[in-house]
Design a binder for this molecule. Structure first.
Ligand SMILES: [Zn+2]
Length: 852
C-alpha cells in the first residue's frame, strides 16, 4: 500500500468553515482549498476519515467551475475527488462540503465533558490532530510537508467561546442564536498543528510578553488555578525568543486546559491544549513534583512553537528530533527559570528511565524509517523524548552551550516556514562548531542501545573500555562484538587526594588514560551528561563508595543508578548492591534518593511474601537516618527539593518500610489536614495519603472516593484517584478495578490507574485477571496512546508462572501495541524474572539478617 499522497496537487491555503453541534455530537463543514496543479489530473487524492463528503467543485483562475464527486477509501483514510475533465496545471480552488462526528476517542475533533459545581453536565468540543487525525475534522493533505495557511471560521452558539490558532478577526451573528467567529490567517504550517476549541470556557486577562498576548483558559470556576502557568508561560516565551533569536511566530498564545485529553499537551501553534493536571495548579497546595510537571509541560510546548511549528520535520521519521529537542529545551528553560530546582540533576531520573528501555535487545534506534504514518505512533516513547533529549544534552555539553545555540539559530533561520530533516540540524551545528557532527551522532541516533564504559585502575592511569550494555547480555554474546560508539568522556580521577579532570572522545573499544599517579578512584561520566553506563571494577567501586559523599549529586546519582543496572544485568550480586546502598544513609539529595528507593521498590516486587518483613526492616535501616533528620515539619529555610524529599522519605518508610510509628503519624497528619487543608505541607500530603491507602480499610476508601469526586484541583483529584488503587484489601482492589470501566474514571486516567495497579504488589494479581477479562472493552473505551501504556504494568508480574501467562495471553489474543512496545514490555518482564531466579535465595538469606 502506498501511504504517501501524490504531489501533483499541492495545497497552499485552506478556508474552513465548521459548524459543530455539541449536543448531537456532529459537525458540518465547508472548505475552499487553494491548490497548485502541476500536471493534468482527473483525480485529486487527499486524506479524510470518518467524514462524508457531499459536494465537490473545482474552479480555475478564470472562474470556470467543474463539478466533481468524492469516493472514500476508509482503510487508507483517503478521499478521491474525481472530475469529468482534467484539472490543467495552474491554480485551482477546490470547494468541498462535508459532515463528521465529534467522537469520544480524544482524537480528531472530539467531545470532552465535565460537571459544574451544581452537578450539571457540560460539553466542550476540542481537537487533537497529531499525528494523523486532522483528516477526521476536514479533508486535507494530512502530511507534515504539505504546509499551508489556514483561515478558519467557527459557527457556534452565542454563549460559547471559540478558540483557534490565531486571534479573532471578526465576529458576526449567524442566525439561530449563533455567531460566526472568523480567525486571522495562520502562518504557513502543517495540518497536525491546526486546533479548534469550543465551549463554556473562561480566559484570564492577557499577559503581554513583548507584543504577544498570553492567556490561560479553563472551564468555569478554575481560573484561580492559572497563575503559575501564566508566570511560567511568560518567562518561557521571552526566554525562547532570546534563545532562538527569532520572534514568536504567531499573533497570540492561548494555553487551554481540556478536561479530557489523551496526551500531556499538544503544541498547536497559538492554541496549545493541555490535560488539566499539566496546566492548572494551586501553588499553595501543590507539591514540588506537581509544580515541576506544569512548568515542564508549559515550557516544552512553547519550545515547539519554533522547533516543530515554525520548522517542521519533513516526515514522521523526524518526530524524534521534534520531541527530543522540545524536551531538551524544556529543561534549559525551566533550569533558567528556577535555578534552585536543579532541573538537570532531576533529569537524571528521566535519562535512567530511557536507559532502562534502551538496554533491551528489543530497543530501537531513535530514528528509523517510517513508511506508514501509524508506525510513528509508537515513537512517542522514552527513547524519543528522554534518550533524544539526553543525547542532545551530551552534544550541547560537548560543543559548548553558545556554539550549540548558534547552530540551532542557523537551522531555524534556514528552514523557517518549511520542513527539515535531522541531517539539516547536524549541518547547521557542524557549520557553527566546525566539528564533524554526523560522525559523532550517528551511533546514538541510528543504532539501538548505548555503551557500558568499564573503568579499571591501570598503574598510573585508568583503562577505559566500551561494549554495548544489555540486561540480557549473556543472550547476545554480552554485546562485545558491537561497533564502538564515539563517546564524549568526562573523566574525573582522585589522585593523591586531589581531583584531576580529563576530557576525551572514546571512539575505539578501549583506551588508557595517563594520570600523574595511581588513582584512588575515577568517575567516567563527570557532570553526568553522558548517555552511557559506567561499570567500575569491584575494588574501585569500594573506594569510590567510601568517598562518594564528596562528588556532586548527579554523579552520586549515576554511581547508584549504574550499579543497580549492572546488578539487574547480572554483573553485580544483588546483595553487593544492597550493601552499597548502606553508604547512602546520610544522603541529602532528593534525586539520589529517587534512584535508591526506586531500586527498593523493584526488589520488593521480586521477593517472596515471607521475605517481606525482613525487607521492611532493611528499608527502615536505609532511610531511618534521613527520616530522623528531616522529621515531619518543614523548616523555614527548607528548599522545595528538601520539602519534597521529606515527603518521599516518609512515603517509603510508611509503605515499603511498613513503619508503624510513621503510619500512626500519617493518621495524625491526615486528621490535621481534614481539619484545615492548609495545615499540612503539600509535599508530604501525597505521602500521607499513600500511607493511609496502604494501611487503610473501607472507611478510608469511602473518604478518598468522596474527595476524588469533589476535588478542588486537578492534582488533588489525581492524588485521591491513584490512592484508590493503592489499598491492599482485596474487596477494595476489586472496587477500584470496576471503576476503571464504569465511566466514573475518565478514559484519559483509567489506563494509568490500571498500570499502577498492575505494578502494586497487592493489586497486581487481581488487576491482571481484570485486564485479561476486559481488555477488549478497554481497547474500545481508552485513547490509543494511553491504552498502549497501560500494558507496561505487566512488567511487574514477576514470577515464572505469570511470565508464561502474560506471553500466552498476548500471543493468543494477537494484541499489537505498535512498534516494539510489546516486545520491550515482555523483555523487561523477562529481565525481572531472571533476576528473581538468580537472586531470590541470596536475597532471602541477606534480608533475614540484621541490616548493616
Ligand atoms: Zn512535544
Amino acid at each position: 500500500m502506498d501511504y504517501r499522497l501524490p504531489t501533483s496537487v499541492v495545497p497552499s491555503r485552506y478556508e474552513i468553515r465548521l459548524v459543530p453541534d455539541l449536543d448531537a455530537a456532529t459537525f458540518s463543514g465547508e472548505e475552499t482549498v487553494t491548490v497548485t496543479v502541476t500536471e493534468p489530473v482527473t483525480d485529486v487524492w487527499l486524506n479524510a476519515a470518518e467524514l462524508t463528503i457531499h459536494a465537490v467543485a473545482a474552479r480555475d483562475a478564470a472562474g470556470t467551475v467543474v463539478q466533481g464527486s468524492a469516493a472514500l477509501e476508509e482503510a487508507q483514510e483517503r478521499a478521491r475527488l474525481s472530475f469529468p475533465s482534467p484539472l490543467t496545471p495552474g491554480e485551482w480552488r477546490l470547494t468541498i462540503g462535508f459532515r463528521g462526528i465529534l467522537n469520544d476517542k480524544l482524537h480528531g475533533f472530539y467531545r470532552s465533558t465535565y460537571k459544574d459545581g451544581a452537578g450539571a453536565a457540560h460539553t466542550i468540543a476540542a481537537t487533537q490532530f497529531e499525528a494523523t487525525d486532522a483528516r477526521r475534522a476536514f479533508p486535507c493533505w494530512d502530511e507534515p510537508a504539505f504546509k499551508a495557511v489556514y483561515a478558519v471560521t467557527l459557527v457556534v452558539p452565542e454563549r460559547l467561546a471559540a478558540v483557534s490558532n490565531t486571534a479573532i478577526a471578526s465576529e458576526e451573528p449567524a442566525g439561530d442564536g449563533k455567531k460566526a467567529v472568523r480567525f486571522a490567517d495562520t502562518i504557513k504550517m502543517s495540518t497536525y498543528l491546526v486546533a479548534f476549541v469550543v465551549g463554556e470556557l473562561e480566559a484570564t486577562p492577557p499577559v503581554m510578553v513583548g507584543a504577544t498576548p498570553l492567556r490561560v483558559w479553563a472551564v468555569p470556576g478554575k481560573l484561580g488555578l492559572t497563575q503559575f502557568a501564566l508566570d511560567c508561560g511568560a518567562f518561557s516565551l521571552e526566554f525562547f525568543e532570546k534563545y532562538y533569536g527569532v520572534p514568536y511566530p504567531g499573533d497570540k498564545v492561548d494555553l487551554l486546559a481540556i478536561p479530557d485529553f489523551a496526551a500531556g499537551a499538544m503544541e498547536n501553534l497559538g492554541a496549545i491544549t493541555f490535560r488539566e493536571t499539566a496546566l492548572l495548579v494551586d501553588q499553595a497546595t501543590a507539591s514540588h513534583t506537581e509544580l515541576e510537571r506544569v512548568a515542564d509541560v508549559v515550557a516544552h510546548e512553547l519550545a515547539h512553537m519554533w522547533f516543530g511549528d515554525l520548522v517542521t520535520m519533513a516526515w514522521w521519521n523526524g518526530i524524534w528530533l521534534n520531541e527530543a529537542f522540545a524536551t531538551f529545551l524544556e529543561m534549559v528553560a525551566v533550569d533558567a527559570w528556577k535555578k534552585e530546582w536543579q532541573r538537570w540533576v532531576t533529569f537524571g531520573v528521566s535519562r535512567a528511565a530511557a536507559m532502562g528501555v534502551d538496554g533491551l535487545l528489543s530497543s530501537r534506534p531513535i530514528e528509523f524509517p517510517v513508511r506508514e504514518p501509524k508506525e510513528c505512533e509508537a515513537m512517542f516513547d522514552l527513547l524519543t523524548y528522554e534518550k533524544g533529549a539526553s543525547v542532545l544534552r551530551m552534544l550541547e555539553q560537548y560543543l559548548g552551550t553558545e556554539v550549540f545555540r548558534e547552530g540551532v539559530r542557523r537551522y531555524l533561520r534556514d528552514h523557517q516556514y518549511g520542513n527539515a530533516e535531522t541531517t539539516d540540524l547536524w549541518k547547521a551545528l557542524g557549520a557553527a562548531s566546525g566539528q564533524p557532527i554526523p560522525e559523532v551522532m550517528d551511533g546514538w541516533i541510528f543504532r539501538a542501545g548505548y555503551p557500558l564504559v568499564t573503568v579499571e585502575a591501570d598503574g598510573t592511569g585508568v583503562k577505559l573500555s566500551q561494549r554495548r550494555f544489555l540486561y540480557l547480555g549473556a543472550d547476545a554474546g554480552d554485546g562485545a562484538e558491537s561497533e564502538p560508539w564515539r563517546i564524549p568522556i568526562a573523566l574525573r580521577a582522585s589522585v593523591k587526594g586531589g581531583w584531576v579532570d580529563k576530557r576525551l572522545l572514546l571512539d575505539g573499544p578501549e583506551t588508557r588514560v595517563a594520570l600523574p599517579a595511581a588513582p584512588d578512584w575515577a568517575i567516567a561520566n563527570a557532570g553526568g551528561h553522558g548517555f552511557y553506563r559506567v561499570g567500575y571494577a569491584p575494588a574501585m567501586l569500594k573506594k569510590l563508595a567510601r568517598s562518594v559523599a564528596k562528588v556532586p549529586p548527579i554523579e552520586r546519582f549515576n554511581v547508584v543508578s549504574d550499579a543497580f543496572a549492572v546488578t539487574q544485568a547480572g554483573h553485580l550480586a544483588a546483595v553487593d548492591y544492597l550493601d552499597l546502598t548502606g553508604r547512602f544513609r546520610e544522603e541529602t539529595d532528593r534525586n539520589v534518593w529517587t534512584v535508591l528507593t526506586g531500586s527498593f521498590a523493584f526488589v520488593n516486587r521480586v521477593i517472596a511474601e515471607g521475605t517481606r518483613p525482613g525487607f521492611a526492616t532493611f528499608v527502615r535501616h536505609r532511610v531511618g537516618l534521613a527520616a530522623a533528620r528531616l522529621g515531619w515539619e518543614a523548616e523555614p529555610g527548607d528548599s522545595e527539593l528538601v520539602r519534597q524529599l521529606r515527603g518521599d522519605i516518609i512515603r517509603v518508610l510508611g509503605t515499603l518500610g511498613n513503619d508503624e510509628e510513621t503510619q500512626a503519624q500519617a493518621r495524625a497528619f491526615y486528621a490535621r489536614y481534614v481539619e484545615d487543608s492548609a495545615a499540612v505541607d503539600p509535599n508530604i500530603l501525597p505521602a500521607v495519603i499513600a500511607i493511609l491507602a496502604f494501611v487503610g480499610g473501607e472507611a478510608e476508601y469511602a473518604d478518598f472516593l468522596q474527595r476524588f469526586r469533589t476535588a478542588r484541583t486537578p492534582q488533588e483529584e489525581q492524588r485521591f484517584l491513584f490512592a484508590l488503587g493503592a489499598f491492599r484489601e482485596p474487596a477494595l482492589v476489586t472496587q477500584t478495578l470496576t471503576r476503571t470501566l464504569s465511566g466514573e474514571v475518565r478514559s484519559q486516567d483509567a489506563p494509568f490507574l490500571l498500570r499502577s495497579m498492575l505494578s502494586g504488589v497487592y493489586s497486581r494479581g487481581p488487576a491482571w485477571d481484570f485486564v485479561k477479562e476486559h481488555w477488549q472493552e478497554m481497547a474500545k473505551q481508552y485513547p490509543g496512546s494511553a491504552y498502549r501504556r497501560m500494558w507496561e504494568g505487566v512488567t511487574a508480574l514477576i514470577s515464572p508462572e505469570w511470565e508464561r501467562d502474560v506471553n500466552e495471553f498476548f500471543t493468543s489474543r494477537g494484541i499489537v501495541l505498535g512498534g516494539k512496545t510489546l516486545d520491550q514490555y515482555l523483555e523487561q518482564l523477562k529481565v525481572a524474572v531472571r533476576f528473581q531466579g538468580r537472586e531470590a535465595g541470596a536475597l532471602a538469606a541477606y534480608l533475614a539478617r540484621t541490616p548493616r
